[in-house]
Design a protein around this ligand. Structure first.
Ligand code: NAX
Length: 321
């Protein structure tokens, strides 16, 4: 029987509450019969984690082999096949964004050190907790034992949002839409790009002003729109996107995907920042598509999102080797 070890951080939080049940109801991992689930959260969340454990048990999932809840990172990460890093410190009232970035840098540096000690070259790490790309950079740079390509940050929610908004606009099915690109940071500076997009393999003709004045800002600010209407941040859609991201890594994808990956200077983007590029995934490996045409109307915006990531890297520089 094939069993994988899956660790989830921030397991007592909102996203994990959707993610865990989604994964267990239909495992996205290739050739896997069951999983050992290790749920990590801070000491103050252990009682809530215990309640979550009861609920998972009450589902009687046949995909679950073993379940551990803990505040011990070593126990949570040992010999993991996947670590889904959802946990992060939220922004409190009056807190500066740079302080939030620094607080999380501290958490991710310490978790990276544990990962480097107790995981193997096969461990796959997906960073979700914000600032996701810069936290992923900290993980990447502090885990010399783990290949860079095993560490990605979640941009799939932005990709799904873009696809769905376009499908609604064109009155088309989401599954017929392909080749959407999300460039840059998981923040309001990200650059959703429709200039290579096709519907049912045909080019689309969209009004330039709709792209720039409606589509791009709507995708960039969708997270804020959810908070405004729901009173809470995206949770189920984020969990669904994490599930899709795992599926892309495991099983590949015919369409271009959006993953935050370590830049090596592709498209003249500064090396050593985690940047969302168009990616082609084959199932077990992926590569950045390096021949996508960037429309001249987007080049200035690409610089803005790149500069934001360089600035975040500068803020956390003491956490980078
Ligand atoms: P919650 O605040 O509901 O849950 C976060 C959990 O992380 C809490 O249970 C907290 O105790 C735990 N935590 C804090 N520090 C920890 C540590 N050192 N070790 C382990 N656990 C720790 O947030 P939730 O709504 O679940 O969102 C989680 C993160 O995802 C946030 O940072 C959020 O901003 C980020 N998001 C990222 C997205 C992306 O596309 N990359 C989209 C969704 C989401 O906004």
């Amino acid at each position: 029987m094939a069993i994988k070890n899956i660790s989830i951080t921030g397991a007592a939080g909102n996203i994990a509450y959707s993610l865990i049940f989604r994964i267990l109801s239909n495992l996205p991992f290739k050739a896997t019969d069951k999983i050992n689930l290790r749920l990590l959260d801070i000491p103050e969340s252990q009682k809530s984690l215990e309640g979550l454990k009861f609920e998972i048990e009450d589902c009687a999932f046949d995909s679950l082999n073993d379940l551990v809840t803990t505040d011990n990172t070593e126990l949570a990460f040992s010999d993991a096949d996947y670590i889904l890093m959802v946990g992060a410190k939220p922004r409190s009232k009056g807190m500066e964004r740079s302080d939030l970035i620094l607080d999380n840098a501290h958490i991710f540096k310490s978790q990276a050190e544990t990962i480097n000690d107790v995981c193997s070259k096969k461990t796959n790490i997906i960073v979700v907790g914000n600032p996701a790309n810069t936290n992923a950079l900290i993980i990447n740079q502090n885990t010399p034992n783990i290949p860079n390509t095993n560490i990605t940050s979640l941009m799939k929610l932005d990709h799904n949002r873009a696809k769905s908004i376009l499908a609604t606009k064109l009155n088309e099915k989401v599954e017929d839409i392909e080749k959407i690109v999300i460039w840059g940071n998981h923040s309001t500076t990200q650059v959703p790009d429709l200039y290579n997009c096709k519907v049912s393999t045909k080019n689309i003709n969209l009004d330039h002003s709709w792209i720039h004045e409606t589509f791009i800002p709507r995708v960039q600010k969708r997270g804020g729109e959810i908070i405004e209407f729901r009173g809470l941040s995206s949770a189920a859609s984020a969990a669904s996107a994490i599930y899709d991201h795992i599926n892309v890594l495991e099983n590949g994808s015919a369409d271009w995907q959006a993953l935050g990956v370590l830049s090596s200077g592709e498209y003249n983007i500064t090396p050593d920042i985690m940047f969302s590029f168009p990616v082609v995934a084959h199932g077990g490996s992926y590569n950045i598509k390096d021949d996508v045409n960037i429309h001249q109307s987007l080049s200035e915006s690409l610089k803005v999102t790149e500069e934001e990531l360089i600035k975040e890297r500068e803020i956390v520089k003491k956490y980078l080797p």
